[in-house]
Design a protein around this ligand. Structure first.
Ligand SMILES: [Zn+2]
Ligand SMILES: [Zn+2]
Length: 521
């Protein structure tokens, strides 16, 4: 028997969609551009294959894919007409739900995880069960569907992805089926499926299979079972098919639009429990695109993934084997990397204290002079000079605690002498920095006994020695290394360079007032 599904656009699309790597290479050999073969396949193909013109109001009627569009409009029309005119019997309702799961699993456990991704092996009976169910979902043959889906994974979000999410929610949901594809999907190998006997059988008898499984069987079960032929047709066949269609279409649309990206945010796929609920567990799509060979979509036991539960149960019954899971270590690595990326994004949105290298350095006498002459209220905290003029009234510990310490080193009081301040207080204080105190708050001690030094990490040892030797000479203290307080909990740029400033710079800096505070309310 000749394949009768040649009448379908699906098959037509398939026959023109597959382009082997050799074919691509041959074309480039002719055009003399073989040197570009090492470049990105996507860019090369997009540059060398013209797309069909965009769909507009003027040409849309010529660009419609008639067969798909009929299926996508007649089915909802039948479902709505049936719902308005036919009483729903309980038995028929239960049968429609059961049949929804059989045909839905035919797509999710069969078309998707078994054939498109080969995430497990299925016995022949299970393969026929899934191929029949998938036929009842009326979404094209296994071979055609898997070929498009492999291209979707390989060229996600590009123009070679048949349902690229970058073309909009409606396009990725049904637009790509309603209109003729603007481009051939990117190359994807389905030779393994061409050798599979169940796939070949389903492809060959696709038309009788979709009529039988899509409409006749659900109608006949209700009709022969409890005499509800009409309900069987309108609810178990038409309405059920409408739900299966849009449920599985949501994997291409909603799963690339709604939710979080815990594994990688390079592309559009996302994880969301709502998508999982409407797609029989295909809603953890960020995980799925990152680890497509994994038979699971949800990795936590409490996440909704009935397709995973179905495959797992089938394996316990001896119907499925070789269930593939990605190594947990690699999954966690993905999570960790993505978490770091999100933290980095957060870091870039936060205002941080001024880079210490750009702060003027004052010795104690200069600090005192600036405090008295500049009209600003300055204090020293952990080696930094803070301008607290605008903060005194806001100090949670009260006005007087600061007022009595202006022009002084408040480090001891701040760090437990009066009150052990929180991390948040340290961070907030760092935003008030206007200068660094030469030698930090130990300058008096060092002056009294230059042979003593404070250990500030190996990187500072050499410069610290040089600084101490310079301290012994007169006038040598104007360009010392900046003290880096180890006790500071503020995260910011390290103090690494020696920066000198003239007294005019210092005065201008202090007069300009404290940096603008950007503290989250
Ligand atoms: Zn996807
Ligand atoms: Zn997939």
């Amino acid at each position: 028997m000749k394949p009768n599904q040649a009448r379908f656009d699906w098959t037509e699309a398939e026959s023109t969609a597959v382009e082997s790597a050799d074919e691509v290479r041959a074309k480039f050999d002719k055009s003399g551009k073989t040197s570009t073969l090492d470049d990105s396949y996507v860019q090369r193909t997009l540059a060398n294959h013209k797309p069909l013109p965009p769909v507009t109001w003027r040409n849309f009627y010529r660009e419609i894919n008639v067969v798909s569009t009929l299926a996508l409009t007649v089915v909802p029309a039948l479902a709505i007409y049936g719902a308005l005119t036919t009483k729903l019997e309980l038995k028929t309702a239960i049968w429609a739900v059961i049949y929804y799961y059989w045909t839905g699993l035919g797509i999710t456990a069969g078309y998707h995880r078994l054939w498109a991704h080969r995430s497990y092996n299925a016995s022949k009976p299970l393969q026929y069960f899934l191929a029949l169910g998938g036929s009842g979902a009326v979404e094209g043959s296994i071979r055609w569907w898997s070929r498009g889906h492999r291209a979707h994974h390989r060229y996600t979000d590009t123009d070679l992805d048949p349902y690229s999410a970058h073309k909009g929610l409606l396009w990725s949901h049904i637009g790509w089926m309603v209109f003729k594809p603007r481009r051939k999907p990117g190359v994807a190998d389905v030779s393994d499926l061409s050798r599979n006997s169940v796939v070949k059988w389903q492809h060959r008898y696709y038309l009788p299979l979709i009529l039988g499984m899509g409409f006749l069987l659900p109608t006949a079960v209700a009709g022969l079972g409890w005499g509800d032929w009409r309900g069987g047709f309108f609810y178990a066949a038409a309405a059920r098919l409408l739900f299966v269609h849009h449920s599985t279409f949501c994997v291409n649309s909603l799963a690339h639009w709604l939710g979080d990206t815990p594994f990688d945010s390079k592309h559009t796929p996302r994880d969301h429990v709502f998508t999982a609920l409407v797609t029989i567990g295909e809603g953890y799509h960020n995980f799925h695109h990152e680890f497509p060979q994994d038979f699971r979509n949800a990795i936590k036991w409490y996440q909704y993934d009935p397709t995973k539960w179905f495959i797992w149960t089938a394996s316990k019954l001896g119907l499925a084997s070789e269930l593939k899971t990605f190594p947990d270590n690699e999954v966690r690595k993905g999570q960790y990397t993505q978490a770091l990326r999100k933290l980095e994004e957060m870091r870039s949105e936060i205002a941080w204290p001024k880079d210490s290298n750009h702060l003027p350095i004052l010795n104690w006498d200069q600090f005192q002079a600036q405090h008295k002459q500049s009209g600003r209220n300055l204090v020293v905290l952990d080696g930094f000079i803070l301008d607290v003029t605008n903060f005194i009234d806001e100090h949670p510990g009260g006005y007087h605690l600061i007022k009595t310490r202006l022009g002084k080193d408040i480090s001891t009081a701040f760090n437990g002498g009066v009150y052990e301040h929180s991390n948040a207080a340290h961070n907030l204080a760092a935003m008030l920095r206007v200068g660094a105190l030469e030698g930090g708050y130990e300058v008096e001690m060092l002056k009294a006994n230059p042979s003593m030094k404070t250990y500030a990490g190996p990187a500072f040892e050499k410069s610290e020695r040089e600084r101490l030797s310079q301290l012994a000479k007169p006038k040598a203290a104007l360009k010392p290394p900046v003290y880096a307080p180890e006790t500071s909990t503020v995260i910011g740029e390290p103090i690494s360079k020696q920066v000198g400033h003239s007294l005019d710079d210092v005065a201008a800096f202090v007069r300009a007032g404290p940096p603008v505070l950007q503290v989250a309310s």
